[in-house]
Design a protein around this ligand. Sequence first.
Ligand code: TMP
Ligand code: ZN
Length: 390
Amino acid sequence: MRVRTDCRACRGKNLAEVFSLGEQPYANAYVRPEDLHQPEPVAPLELMQCDDCGMVQLKHVVSPDNLFRDYCFQTSSSSRMMSHFADLMAEAVDKYVPFDGIVVEIGSNDGSALASIQRPDIVRLGIDPAENLAATARTIGVPTISDFFTSSVASSVARELGKADLIVAANVLGHIDDLDDLFMGIKILLKPRGAMVIEVPELSRLVNGTEFDTIYHEHLSYFDQKPLSLLAARHGFQVVDFSRHETHGGSMRLTISHGNVKPCMASKLHDWHGFRQRCNLSRSRLMDFLTKQRLAGQTVWGYGAPAKATVRLNFCNVGTDLMPAIVDCTPQKQGRHVPGTHQAILTPAELLAQQPDVAVVLAWNHYTEIVVKEWEFVASGGRFCLPMTY
Ligand code: TMP
Ligand code: ZN
């Protein structure tokens, strides 16, 4: 673990702390039953804001090898995310990829976005450090390099496969410490008239929506439009398209190409004091709710064990007495326990078999999909609620 003292977007040194969740376990380090009594690694989660460009980033950088080599998140676990990324690919391929073109995806996960490309003339390549996911991608016919994307990986891809017409990086920039090296790689790998589509959660939505549970060690950077555009401009890229989407609690999509049009926009000013107050209120309201349910003899489970569940349960200090179990459809998570607070992660079948009274949808970004899928739980008298409204 190291402390980052300069801004990842503008390289300025004027960073000030704006928010802290204290020491937290690694959100995706699901604990095996035999390890429940072992100490778990923890690291601080502190947000620093750059006074010069408005970029927000974690102060402490945990070595990526500890976080990404055996990754449990699978795009294909959500049909809504699958169709979101398939739409992204279809639109970008249509606009930017000529006949026989090349598409490279950085952070290609289980390959489902690349697999959605319908045109057989297109050469596809995924790059993702998670060996387990790269193996899954290969089984569905998506060639995948299991490595971190760096300028040297970019050089070898450009040499062996050719330069890309389209590079896609969805929900991955926030995970990368050395963004200068990433953009140097893009400079090498992207054709002169090629385009890169970047999608990241938008910081303003995190702050305004009190989405503190999306702050965890994998998420090193929290972007607004300005710092991200400045970062791209510093490497000779211009923004040619911008749109907003509802995924991951509110995301923005920027398309960039080689070029020198400089961004001119004001920094967003965030109300961090209000954010801190809302986080604390959210914590006390969740505890009140769970305590009242227990006193009334009601059983409450969680639904969905994404990283954001770990963060919320740990920040709110929800033990197994208040919430004994969580349901999640990801096979790699089932049978393990939530880091820090140790809820057992069970299969959706267990929800129907044991029929708790309430299920708090900790994967709140998938609320509608989950409620529709689990209609039998509701039909049998179960109740779903969100962790911020009950
Ligand atoms: P995400 O918030 O990072 O997209 O992760 C979603 C988590 O929720 C992931 O662990 C899978 C789980 N999940 C279910 O268990 N059932 C579902 O129907 C959906 C959509 C997600
Ligand atoms: Zn900066």
